[in-house]
Write a protein that binds this ligand. Structure first.
Ligand code: 5GP
Length: 116
């Protein structure tokens, strides 16, 4: 059984967060340390620590993360200019919170994909 993170508490509304969207599969809220004018995290309600834990049975939930990202990009007003979706995995990927999350970043030019 994977260990819960702070994100499980946000899903259950046990700690405050600026939640923008929630349904039976996913939750979306603003990142506490925004790296762009729009910086939203979209997470599955089910605890999966990393992309390495995704199974075929999770495909609906993973797909929902993209449709919610698309809707939030529209409501944030960043869809037309463009934005970036990032999912970090494990230490080399820069993952800090071990509950899968998709970063939605937009509102300014984001520069190169990777700073080497
Ligand atoms: P990672 O580096 O794991 O891909 O990204 C984790 C993200 O979660 C970071 O951008 C960080 O700012 C955000 N984060 C960490 N703790 C909290 C929290 O308690 N609330 C919110 N809203 N975001 C958090």
């Amino acid at each position: 059984m994977a260990e819960e993170t702070i994100f499980s508490k946000i899903i259950r509304k046990e700690i405050p967060a600026d939640v923008l969207y929630q349904d039976e599969l996913v939750t979306a809220f603003r990142d506490i340390n925004p790296r762009a004018p729009s910086h939203i995290l979209i997470i599955p309600n089910k605890l999966l620590p990393t992309v390495n834990d995704v199974e075929v049975e999770d495909e609906l939930m993973m797909g929902r993360m993209f449709t919610v990202a698309r809707k939030l990009a529209e409501s944030e007003g960043v869809a037309e200019d463009g934005y970036r979706l990032i999912v970090n995995c494990n230490p080399f990927g820069g993952q800090e919170v071990y509950h899968i999350h998709m970063h939605l970043l937009g509102g300014r030019p984001l520069g190169p994909m990777i700073v080497s």
